[in-house]
Design a protein around this ligand. Structure first.
Ligand code: MG
Length: 406
């Protein structure tokens, strides 16, 4: 083997083994829990994704009750860009790990992970990998936060034990291949069943190094765990159903020869501009009403009347920025804003990027949260006859004043 620095995994061939061979009916469903959807995606596919995001992992082996059925249940959910193989699990955790190890041909380093821990992160995977490369065996641990009671088999409390002497073991657990092989062989010859791979390596007398675990790297076992995991996923995707608000806005202006045409804060060269008291920026007007409506605030005409000297000379982009400030004061942040501008001419596509940029700046977010589409009137209606232009907007607001800044 080439010489390498401590913990350097670059010259090692690392394979992830996801053990998901249980019938797992405890979580209260006829489908084994590792295939049950979480946030719409099968649990096992979710647990696999962070491994696929690590280029250090060459391949993944999914150890399942029935490879044929697993391929069918996971069809369309598996990450691309990483070879994935299936192995048939055994009667026990150890037998399943052994089957995975056998399938992980050519691997010099293996990570064994519970297929029902979807919140594992690439960072923890890399720390385990590096520690296992250096020490031969590595296990993520968490301190015990609750008070620990010693109980009798009948559940009677016998006393309280010092929790500082204990820690909770998670996965992935990482091993040099020969270490895990020897540990499984020894346990097999002794007829010993452990509850994790680290325990079998300890029994060999081989030291197991500690990696700091991750509180959210929970193991999903019970129906209650599924509920907690759904809530974590919803929060992570920014789509927590509670407190999400949607608003709609619409504006129309007549087209007048010789006026400036300002749309989305961008001046667009054209023979006609939008008539009216203001700069006639119907894109900003529709967007402002969508934001205010979503937050349950009064509309643009009520909040920013042009009879008020404070707003008389304000640009429509300024009013949109003020509306953005008002929704943040009301405890919301912008999820996204989407617009359709209906105009027969001029061609809007060359100006869309600049409009998204200006609106994003006004609202304190990136242009990625702003969508704008130009549509022609196709000769129909006032837009088609070039008498006016219209803008339609929808805004999605989320609870919390900070999320919209990303
Ligand atoms: Mg208007």
């Amino acid at each position: 083997m080439r010489s390498r620095g401590a913990g350097d995994t670059s010259s090692l061939s690392a394979v992830a083994i996801l053990v998901a061979a249980g019938r797992g009916l405890r979580a209260g469903s006829p489908t084994p829990k590792q295939f049950r959807p979480l946030g719409g995606t099968p649990l096992l596919a979710l647990s696999l994704r962070p491994f696929a995001a690590c280029t250090e992992i060459r391949r993944a082996i999914l150890v399942v009750p029935d490879p044929e059925e697993a391929r069918r249940l996971l069809s369309g959910w598996l990450p691309s860009g990483m070879p994935i193989d299936f192995a048939r699990g055994g009667e026990t955790r150890q037998a399943s790990t052994g089957a995975g190890l056998e399938a992980a041909e050519g691997a010099s380093l293996v990570l064994v992970h519970d297929g029902v821990r979807p919140f594992i992160t690439p960072d923890l995977i890399r720390r385990v990998l590096s520690c296992a490369a250096e020490h031969g065996a590595a296990v993520p641990l968490l301190p015990v936060q609750e008070t620990l009671k010693k109980v009798s088999p009948e559940g009677r409390i016998l006393g309280t034990v010092p929790r500082g002497e204990f820690a909770l073991a998670q996965t992935p657990q990482g091993f040099r291949r020969e270490v895990l092989e020897a540990a499984l062989r020894r346990a097999g010859s002794e007829g010993y069943e452990g509850t994790d791979e680290g325990e079998l390596v300890e029994r060999l007398g081989h030291p197991v190094a500690r990696v700091e675990g991750l509180r959210e790297n929970m193991k999903i076992t019970t129906p209650g765990d599924f509920l907690v995991a759904e809530a974590i996923l919803a929060r992570e995707s920014g789509a927590a159903a509670h407190g999400v608000r949607v608003g709609i806005g619409y504006d129309v202006h007549p087209l007048v020869p010789g006026r400036r045409l300002v749309l989305g804060g961008v001046e667009i060269p054209h023979s006609h501009g939008a008539g009216g008291h203001s700069d006639g920026d119907l894109v900003c007007h529709a967007a402002t009403d969508a934001l205010l409506g979503a937050a349950g605030l009064p509309d643009i005409g009520q909040l920013f009347p042009d009879s008020d000297p404070a707003f008389r000379d304000a640009s429509s982009l300024d009013l949109l920025a003020r509306a953005g400030a008002r929704i943040r004061e009301a405890g919301f942040s912008l999820g996204n804003l989407d617009l359709v501008v209906v105009a027969e001419e001029p061609m809007l596509s060359p100006h869309i990027a600049a409009m998204r940029e200006r609106i994003g700046q006004a609202l304190g977010c990136g242009p990625g949260r702003i969508g704008i589409k130009g549509k022609r009137g196709e000769g129909l209606g006032f837009e088609g006859r070039r008498e006016g232009m219209a803008a339609h907007a929808v805004a999605l607001l989320m609870p919390g004043g900070e999320a919209g800044k990303a």
